[in-house]
Design a binder for this molecule. Structure first.
Ligand code: ATP
Ligand code: MG
Ligand code: MG
Ligand code: MG
Length: 470
């Protein structure tokens, strides 16, 4: 029992047997929350249940929730392909108590699942608690029998969760596994905690307070539980590999990418295949949930994700669109758990094919210009904002794509300069529209005409997520 599909089923089965309602994943576009770009945690669909605004016919639930962290408060886009544990799209397994059980049962079940069902070795596990949370500290001691030095007190916001400036909040407790001395990195709370040796895989949130206003926090009459376990991370642990990208699901996707492009995943090519596999999942699931590539809001995040992957395909030597060719493999791996993927297959395929066909028209020339402009730069230098803006405006390179392209060489981009150039263009556009009468209309016409070749590739924008602030 250790494939991604088996682990997902085992998690849900365990909590179902513990009396939890199995609730389907909610869509990636949150229904009632315009402040949130994408669903980024299991609790999102239950926000109003936690606050008591909404009632459900059950008081405990379990889910496998589709999540995207590629914008807003949680943005893991830059990490993808470079860390072993981050994706833009991932599945968060969770169990929830809406004023039902609290810390003791939550810890007890998490420990039984981790060490019993999943069979993780007790002596390799350690946990964190919020520094003032003696209750959680003592429960870990009692239930798991962990020695004091493996229950690490953390004073930062990493171990204190808040829904927002007001509302439910409380301490959290995270479970880590020590993957061995061969890997770099220190235990949680140490200066080098971001290394690969100690891997966080589960976060248990104890909602026990309500923040009424700044400085005024009261006890919730019926505290709640919200947990999140990264399915891909648990799969890596159980399959004995040190990277999510070496698990069964990702190996399948990367194999498809290797076949479609015709080059292996050795050395420098490895991160590119990983980015392609990751971004294929994010793109496909977003399209299945109704997001289409566009120039603003959610659609622009999707476009950025797609184009990043497409640049990596070009880097690997692809000379024609490839992303859409990987869709059948994704559906074979994940279609059974997510029927919406199967249903949306034609739309996903067509959207990827079209976006890549269009982007490829400007991609190669844009990369040439980027090469020329950066040829004299070396590690520690900065590419001018003007050039980054030209790549954006004329060649459809999102800023983060340009940054990603220069990252290996240690070259940064002048983002302030980029913003200035962007703002100048906006101001020009406004100025051109401000007059009335023929002269003004003519200016507008000429200015549009001048820009037509530049903007042609953006010609099939779709209206999505208007008004979303990135
Ligand atoms: P990290 O510190 O590794 O970035 P996190 O503390 O931001 O993770 P949480 O917000 O606590 O993550 O989310 C709960 C769980 O979801 C994590 O313990 C992890 O297993 C998983 N998770 C979080 N972000 C990602 C991601 N980008 N890709 C894959 N799994 C993730
Ligand atoms: Mg994180
Ligand atoms: Mg963390
Ligand atoms: Mg965490």
């Amino acid at each position: 029992m250790s494939s991604v599909n088996e682990i997902r089923a085992a998690f849900l089965d365990f909590y179902a047997r513990e009396g939890h309602q199995v609730v389907p994943s909610s869509p990636l576009v949150p229904r009632n929350d315009p402040t949130l770009l994408f669903t980024n945690a299991g609790m999102v669909q239950f926000k109003n249940v936690f606050t008591g605004v909404e009632k459900r016919p059950y008081s405990t639930a379990t889910t496998a929730q589709k999540c995207v962290r590629a914008g807003g408060k949680h943005n893991d886009l830059e990490n993808v392909g470079y860390t072993a544990r981050h994706h833009t799209f991932f599945e968060m397994m969770g169990n929830f108590s809406f004023g039902d059980y609290f810390k003791e049962r939550a810890i007890d079940m998490a420990w039984r699942l981790t060490t019993g069902v999943f069979g993780l070795p007790k002596d390799k596990l350690l946990v964190t608690v919020y520094h003032t949370d003696d209750e959680a500290f003592n429960l870990w001691k009692k239930i798991a029998g962990l020695p004091d030095h493996k229950i690490i007190r953390i004073a930062t916001s990493d171990n204190f969760w808040q829904m927002g400036d007001t509302g439910p909040c409380g301490p959290c407790s995270e479970i880590f596994i020590d993957q061995g001395e061969a890997l770099q990195g220190g235990p949680p709370g140490s200066p080098d905690e971001d290394g690969d040796r100690f891997l966080e895989f589960w976060n248990l949130v104890f909602m026990q307070y309500e923040q009424i206003e700044p400085g005024n926090r009261v006890d919730l009459p019926r505290p709640s539980i919200d947990t999140g376990m990264g399915l891909e991370r648990m799969a890596a642990i159980m399959q004995g590999v040190h990277s999510n990208y070496d698990t069964d699901l990702f190996r399948g996707l990367i194999r498809a990418s290797i076949e479609a492009i015709g080059v292996d995943a050795e050395g420098d090519r490895r991160p590119s295949h990983r980015v392609i596999a990751d971004h294929l999942r994010a793109s496909s699931f977003l399209v299945a949930d109704g997001v289409l590539p566009s120039n603003e809001g959610r659609g622009y995040v999707l476009r950025r994700i797609m184009r990043r992957a497409m640049r990596h395909a070009e880097l690997l030597g692809a000379r024609e669109p490839v992303m859409y060719k990987l869709v059948p493999t994704l559906i074979r791996e994940m279609g059974a758990a997510y029927p919406e993927l199967v249903q949306a297959e034609p739309l996903i395929t067509e959207t990827l094919r079209l976006e890549e066909t269009r982007f490829r028209k400007t991609l190669v020339r844009g990369l040439q210009i980027l090469d020329e402009e950066s040829s004299r730069l070396s590690k520690g230098d900065t590419l001018s904002g003007e050039v980054a803006f030209k790549l954006h405006d004329t060649f459809g390179f999102p800023l983060d794509l340009t940054q990603d392209a220069l990252r290996n060489r240690g070259i940064a981009v002048d983002t302030a300069g980029f913003e200035t150039a962007m703002e100048r263009q906006r101001a020009d556009a406004r100025k051109n529209w401000s007059g009335s009468g023929d002269a003004a209309a003519e200016t507008v016409w000429f200015s549009i005409r001048d820009k037509v070749p530049a903007t042609e590739f953006l010609g099939y924008d779709t209206e999505t997520a208007e008004g979303v602030v990135l």
